[in-house]
Design a binder for this molecule. Structure first.
Ligand code: ADP
Ligand code: MG
Length: 323
């Protein structure tokens, strides 16, 4: 069994990463050195994935590697930042070479896809498990241009990218025993694609932005609270629906779209007259949909085609719920 240093050398040190981008010094010393370009702000975020909590224990190792970085990069996307570097803290019950091969392959596939250099980390053992993976990401953007949660104004359009709800369907399918890695919903669950291009393009256009990690309505509520905007009206008939959701009854499909976690889409607000700029920014590459408006009336109301008001069954996935 390789010792900690062999593990770091074998799986997490790549010569191509040394001195690359803003990483002046990477894996191997006591700490890494980052050199952001003048006039740029460093944007940083950290997230932890716990086996059995954030991903089922039998999740393919490559998907765990991909998702541990992709979920973090989604936070950079929500700020409008470009990824530059990351740190990886791994706490593992044992050294399982096949698992590490898969994990590293998935992790570096995401790192390379989104231009994020692994600059360092920490490796520890926890014999009783579960595996805990903590990734810290660093991104850059021109100073003062970050997309914040706090900029929404009453009357703004509420928009969302892609088709939220697909990952929740993927989780339901996974939990019912489906292991088809080519299934679109399971792929959305295992290999989320952070909306980095859209996030950067929305700088200076969107008034507020958040990534949908815990459920669309709950994350929208965070934007409203941070912005001091009383409420929003969501048009249920305008919600983007992934083709795979068509197989579900309407209520379940709606619940997945409005409250499913793990989508890593962007939910943002924009002044109505700037909608054409959003379309230009998305450039046909990223689907974006207007799903409602922020309102002076308090709370989030969901309205259907007949003008009826539907009370959502739940807002979002919450940790500590019921504890
Ligand atoms: P220290 O004891 O000084 O904290 P470590 O043994 O934790 O040093 O780490 C040695 C070097 O290896 C550091 O540069 C650290 O950033 C890097 N490192 C440790 N674990 C990982 C990992 N899982 N992925 C990438 N780099 C790592
Ligand atoms: Mg250390």
């Amino acid at each position: 069994m390789p010792a900690e240093f062999d593990l770091i050398r074998r799986w997490f040190t790549r010569s191509a990463d040394a001195g690359s981008g803003i990483v002046a010094l990477g894996v191997g010393d006591d700490a890494a050195l980052l050199a952001p370009a003048p006039g740029m702000q460093l944007v940083t975020s950290v997230d932890t994935l716990v086996e059995g909590v954030h991903f089922p224990a039998d999740t393919p190792a490559a998907a765990v590697g991909w998702k541990s970085l992709a979920a973090n990069l989604s936070d950079l996307a929500a700020m409008g930042a470009a990824p530059r570097a990351c740190l990886l803290a791994l706490t593992l019950p044992r050294i399982d070479e096949r698992w590490l091969d898969g994990f590293a392959a998935g992790f570096f596939r995401a790192a390379d896809a989104y231009g994020c250099v692994l600059a360092g980390g920490d490796t520890t053992a926890t014999p009783a498990g579960p595996a805990v993976i903590t990734v810290t990401v660093f991104g850059e953007l021109p100073a003062g241009t970050a997309l914040l949660r706090s900029g929404a104004r009453t009357g703004d359009l509420v928009c969302v990218s892609g088709t939220p709800g697909l990952a929740a369907l993927g989780l339901a399918r996974w939990q019912s025993g489906n292991r088809d890695l080519h299934d679109a919903a399971i792929d959305a669950l295992l290999y989320p694609q952070p909306r980095l291009a859209l996030g950067s393009a929305l700088r200076g256009i969107a008034s507020a932005c958040i990534d949908v990690s815990d459920g669309l309505l709950g994350d929208l509520a965070h934007v409203l609270a941070a912005s001091g905007v009383p409420g929003a009206e969501i048009d249920l008939t305008a919600l983007p629906r992934a083709a795979a959701l068509a197989a579900l009854d309407d209520e379940t499909a709606c619940d997945h779209v409005l409250a499913g976690g793990d989508d890593y889409e962007l939910c943002f607000t924009v002044a109505a007259e700037r909608w054409p700029e959003v379309q230009a920014a998305a450039g046909g590459r990223t689907p974006v949909t207007v799903i409602g408006r922020t309102t002076a009336a308090p709370g989030i109301r969901c309205v259907d085609r007949q003008g009826g008001v539907r009370v959502p069954t739940r807002m979002a996935w919450e940790h500590f719920r019921g504890h």
